[in-house]
Ligand binder design. Structure first.
Ligand SMILES: [Zn+2]
Length: 266
């Protein structure tokens, strides 16, 4: 399966393949294509603007605070992929990093302080987690049994709330995927306004996420790997999995940039 995983990733980095491979990008990506392209352009513009800003103004390493305009060498080393599986409920989630120390500082700065200079370093462990999820996905014959007309395995991220878009101006996970030539399929949408998760306890977070996502269209025969940034309780990925199942799709893997074993308050 490593070969299949590598082939999928390789294909996704190139132009559309001329032949139809079971794991090749599918026609479902054409849905919402305009929106995805505009998001991608917006991600690139935001990254370019912030990179330029970081190059012009003195700043510090977002991992350790050392005087530098970007990540220092030691912190880059600390962000090398360390892929491992974690379990939330009955789900196995492949994580590229542990959300602690340097990784925690850098990811938080990337998500909340516009430190997109760390995007390249963070994209590598996310990609490694996706490769691991692909490698652990069902073999093609088994996949045909659960998804009779598989048109490919889609990467699907969690859609941002309107508020998050307004605050950040880019989608943190989509921007990382774009860095390594991967295009997430915009198959999910926020059902409505979801309260901010900050300050909520474990039970409250789970309740808050209940049925918050919905598929944009029927997903019969569509196989999906769900991708998120930080796994804590897993409530977000589990809700996304529920939404895919509810639309008739199949989730064959879950991947995250980092996971945290910290106990949540409450
Ligand atoms: Zn550093």
């Amino acid at each position: 399966m490593r070969t299949e995983a590598g082939r999928l990733l390789y294909r996704r980095r190139r132009a559309r393949p001329s032949t139809t491979h079971p794991l090749a990008p599918s026609r479902t990506r054409s849905i919402g294509h305009t929106g995805a392209m505009s998001h991608r352009l917006r991600d690139h513009l935001a990254a370019a603007a912030l990179d330029a800003w970081a190059a012009l103004l003195p700043t510090s390493c977002s991992g350790c605070g050392a005087a530098d305009r970007a990540l220092c060498a030691d912190c880059r080393l600390a962000l090398l992929p360390a892929v491992h599986p974690v379990t939330r409920d009955d789900a196995r989630i492949w994580s590229g990093l542990t959300y602690e120390g340097v990784a925690r500082h850098v990811i938080a700065a990337y998500k909340d302080n516009g430190r997109t200079d760390a995007a390249a370093a963070l994209a590598a462990p996310l990609r490694a987690a996706i490769v691991a999820a692909l490698a652990a996905a069902p073999s093609l014959p088994a996949l045909h049994q659960v998804a009779p007309r598989p048109t490919g395995i889609e990467l699907v991220t969690i859609p941002s709330s309107h508020r998050a878009w307004q605050v950040r101006g880019y989608h943190p996970v989509d921007a990382l995927l774009h860095r390594v030539g991967l295009n997430p399929a915009p198959l999910l949408a926020q059902r409505g306004v979801v309260s901010d998760q900050v300050g909520l306890g474990r039970a409250e977070r789970a309740a808050n996420k209940d049925h918050s996502l919905i598929a944009r269209h029927p997903l019969n025969g569509v196989a999906v790997i769900l991708v998120d940034d930080i796994v804590t309780t897993g409530a977000t990925l589990l809700e996304a999995r529920r939404a895919v199942f509810a639309a008739g799709g199949t989730v064959v893997g879950l991947a995250a940039l980092a996971e945290t074993r910290r106990l949540l308050p409450g």
